[in-house]
Ligand binder design. Sequence first.
Ligand code: 13P
Length: 252
Amino acid sequence: MKRRPIIAGNWKMYKTKDDALAFIYAVNVKVPEKELVESVICAPAIFLRDLVKREGEELRIGAQTMHELDEGAYTGEISACMLKSYGVEYVVIGHSERRAYYNETDESVNKKVIQAVKNDITPILCVGESLDIREAGTTDQIVKDQVVKAYLNMNAEQALKTVVAYEPIWAIGTGKTATPEQANDTIKAIRNVLTELYSAEISEQIRILYGGSVKPNNVDELLAQSDIDGALVGGASLDPESFLALVNAAVK
Ligand code: 13P
């Protein structure tokens, strides 16, 4: 089964408005056809409207988080229907930075994934282990547990609309990438859980990305692995040329 690759940039809390606009003008007409690779920029919420307005045919815009409810007295928060009403098509859910600094739990991650799907926004569900867990040899167990909890109460039809990103915490922003084999093994373990939860037919269709110090010089060997369907990229997505190199690598 051939799954269409996704290269999603996660800008985190970087760039000003002028930087964001300069980026989109620089990459817009250069990203490959969306039938070949889904090229996505997940930007800070304040830039989303400007980016969606200017996105070309082949580029898609995503948010970095959202609230789990439709509406309510939650100062500072943004809901899925708000994102949808602005034409935002993806949302990163449960990034390890949000789990660590904003107390996102498996339970809220589950609610957010369901809420995104219900609003026709593709959730990019992040899972991944800390260095302690990797060294203790319990990575697969911990990551599987995160996946099981994230897919609670989701039916197969909903699960098909999700994307998973495996991001080992020790590889994020550190310059330390998981070896392609390490990344592929954990991603296979994630796919196995999805097979257990749904079926092989379903799990074979769900895209699972790798994230953690992905750069133009290591992306080829990661994407060459059997189960890695793309990348969620922080630092290397900030520069237009580097982002373009990553999306072009996914087309090869
Ligand atoms: P880096 O690519 O900067 O390591 O960040 C990875 C990440 O957290 C993407 O969500």
